[in-house]
Design a protein around this ligand. Structure first.
Ligand code: F6R
Length: 364
């Protein structure tokens, strides 16, 4: 049932404040300000290496987690797509933690990668949405996303719930390794629990994004640029646009622009720059200026502080509410989902059932 929405994708985008809240509620005690995960059959404090494997959108959630875990927990993290990982004979010293992320729990390549990691003596932790899947049966521990059934082929609410679980897992690993204290844990938990309300704020202002869709729908190519925690969101935004609007799009690390892709830029290429204020803000804005100087048509997605200081030469600026830097990937997922949705609607594609795609990829 789509409720009063035209497509399941839109309904699922709008469910995000609620399902992210529910997912966080299973792990965060907001009064005590700490994260509690289910009992693990291994000691998180003894893990000194994390390998994260997934496909598609779930893989981008893993990319965000790499930044969180390295920064907060000071642990080695490797992330790969399952189709490459399963055949590349990765070296995995025993006792490492292997994390598998899957909405369906049935993706053939991710399941094969899980079996490989198991054969290499890794602890298997899976982050899954659909209950009682094949991956669930073969994992040592499962953290569930509480997104509910996701019908739209393009993943939206499962993704932000995956990020929510990964944020909690990162806090728990950081804590177990003694890299953050109780006070910092409480601060991070409070920041996370603010996410649902901020997501709802963004959804209440979706007109701002809708008005950009007609122009973006005319483009042949679209480039998303970001740094740090938002870099995977740039790639996710590009994937969403590709799969439902059939426009070629690429997510690029903003600093890589000058190593090639800047040659693509002219007045016909929309460039979506994602830059919340924070540690990498100035760097990303300077890449944005380079693009504008080459007549790139920039849509600047930032926060209230960023919008007040930069973006005068952008075609449009979307100002999101302020939120702790740590939580920004969860919030900034929403405008890229909405943009892809409205562009697809403008193009008249089949939003919920895009051509050539299946919801669950059970063949390799
Ligand atoms: C994109 C999308 C796919 C899936 C990928 C993995 O919107 O839905 O890229 O994310 O096929 O699927 P799961 O998470 O079920 O393993």
């Amino acid at each position: 049932d789509k409720g009063n929405h035209r497509h399941f994708m839109m309904k699922e985008i709008h469910e995000q404040p609620a399902v992210v809240g529910q997912t966080l509620g299973t792990m965060i005690d907001p009064i005590q300000g700490h994260v509690t995960l289910p009992d693990m059959p291994f000691d998180l404090a003894k893990v000194d290496r994390v390998t994260i494997i997934a496909c598609g959108t779930s893989y981008y959630a893993g990319q965000v987690a790499k930044y969180w875990l390295e920064q907060m927990a000071r642990i080695n993290v490797e992330v790969d797509v399952a189709s490459e990982f399963r055949y590349r004979e990765a070296v995995m010293p025993e006792g490492g933690l292997a994390v598998f992320i899957s909405q369906s729990g049935e993706t053939a390549d991710t399941l094969a990668a899980l079996r490989y990691a198991k054969s290499q003596g890794q602890h298997i932790l899976s982050i899954l949405n659909v209950p009682q899947s094949s991956m669930e049966r073969e994992s040592d521990v499962v953290l569930h996303t509480h997104a509910g059934p996701e019908v739209g082929v393009a993943s939206t609410k499962a993704f932000t719930c995956q990020l929510s679980v990964l944020a909690c897992l990162s806090i728990a690993i950081a804590k177990a390794r003694g890299k953050i204290d109780d006070k910092e844990e409480a601060r991070l938990c409070i920041a996370l629990t603010e996410a649902p309300a901020r997501m709802a704020d963004v959804l209440n202002h979706e007109e701002a994004i809708k008005t950009l869709a007609d122009d973006v729908a005319k483009a042949r190519d679209v480039i998303y640029l970001a740094r740090g925690l938002e870099y995977p969101i740039a790639m996710e935004g590009a994937l969403k646009l590709k799969e439902i609007s059939y426009i070629h799009a690429e997510g690029y690390a903003a600093g890589e622009m000058k190593h090639g892709p800047i040659a693509l830029i002219d007045e016909d290429v929309p460039i979506i720059v994602i830059a919340p204020s924070g540690r990498l803000y100035e760097k990303t804005v300077s890449n944005m200026q380079e693009v504008i100087a080459r007549k790139g048509q920039v849509i600047f997605i930032t926060d209230e502080k960023g919008a007040a200081s930069d973006g005068q030469d952008a075609v449009a600026t979307i100002a999101l509410p302020m939120l702790d830097e740590f939580v920004t990937p969860i919030l900034y997922s929403i405008p890229v989902q909405l943009l892809a949705y409205y562009v697809a609607v403008a193009k008249g594609t089949d939003v919920d059932q895009p051509r050539n795609l299946a919801k669950s990829v059970t063949v390799e």
